[in-house]
Design a protein around this ligand. Structure first.
Ligand code: ATP
Length: 227
């Protein structure tokens, strides 16, 4: 019901809320206002109230939100108890860093395997995660019911690896390569091009320097949408 109507920008922010509420709950905080959430997450409070209004009647005016109730609600909504299994392809510098990182802030994702074509890497482990040859992708994906593949291969390998991922039946791709490839409609790709992001930031800093602290801040909504 509500889930179907949820705008994508709201859906993207729910994990942020969830993570912050978990922190509040851990320190025993029972209630939180949209203003407090706004301050902590840098999302303006009108946006927060609107986001929560899509989820139903969760808060009372002047009372704020009940942390535990909201947390339970979001957990159910985001199905945080279900673990999504992830694989990573291309165990180079970035790939190794991501395997080590293993998205520890999120309790509902787990990198179950890495893949590479380098014989020196195949058969090794990175922080306990086994590295397999790429030709075992389909088998491992089936075995672990893998939902997402993270791609950290070089540009020239991106096309082949994309195809392998799709034919292994994996429906989500987090693409760290700068390559933009078309995939079938049942596959969703999110692109993260760190180099371009960094260059764009530097370009903006040079050409549109941020105003000093005393002046007006940009509206925060853009910040939230950016994530
Ligand atoms: P390194 O210094 O370990 O080579 P890197 O990040 O600079 O790391 P890249 O050339 O970007 O290296 O390659 C990233 C990883 O992708 C390497 O481990 C490489 O062996 C692997 N790789 C290359 N082609 C493929 C492929 N077709 N399938 C899977 N992995 C691949």
């Amino acid at each position: 019901m509500a889930e179907q109507k949820l705008p994508p920008v709201t859906a993207k922010r729910l994990p942020l809320y969830y993570r912050y509420l978990e922190k509040l709950h851990a320190v025993g905080k029972g209630r939180v206002s949209s203003a407090e959430l706004s301050e902590a997450l840098q999302i303006d409070s009108a946006t927060i109230r609107r986001d929560f209004s899509y989820l139903g009647e969760l808060g009372k005016k002047g009372y704020g939100y009940n942390v535990q109730y909201l947390l339970q609600f979001l957990r159910e909504f985001l199905k945080q108890d279900e673990v999504a299994n992830v694989v990573l392809i291309g165990v180079g510098n970035l790939g190794t860093a991501l395997l080590r990182y293993n998205f520890y802030r999120s309790h509902n994702t787990k990198i179950v395997a890495g893949f590479d074509i380098d014989p020196n890497k195949i058969g090794t482990y990175v922080d306990g995660i086994p590295i397999y040859p790429l030709n075992r992708l389909k088998e491992v994906a089936l075995l672990h019911d893998v939902d997402v593949a993270i791609l950290t291969v070089p540009v020239n390998a991106a096309k082949t690896v994309f195809d392998e991922v799709v034919s292994a039946g994996i429906h989500g791709i987090l693409n760290f390569t700068p390559v933009r490839l078309t995939v079938p409609p049942h596959v969703r790709v999110h692109h993260i091009d760190l180099t371009t992001e960094l260059q764009t930031l530097i370009y903006f800093l040079k050409n549109f320097p941020p105003e000093d602290e005393s002046s007006e801040q940009e509206p925060l909504e853009n910040d939230a949408n950016r994530r």
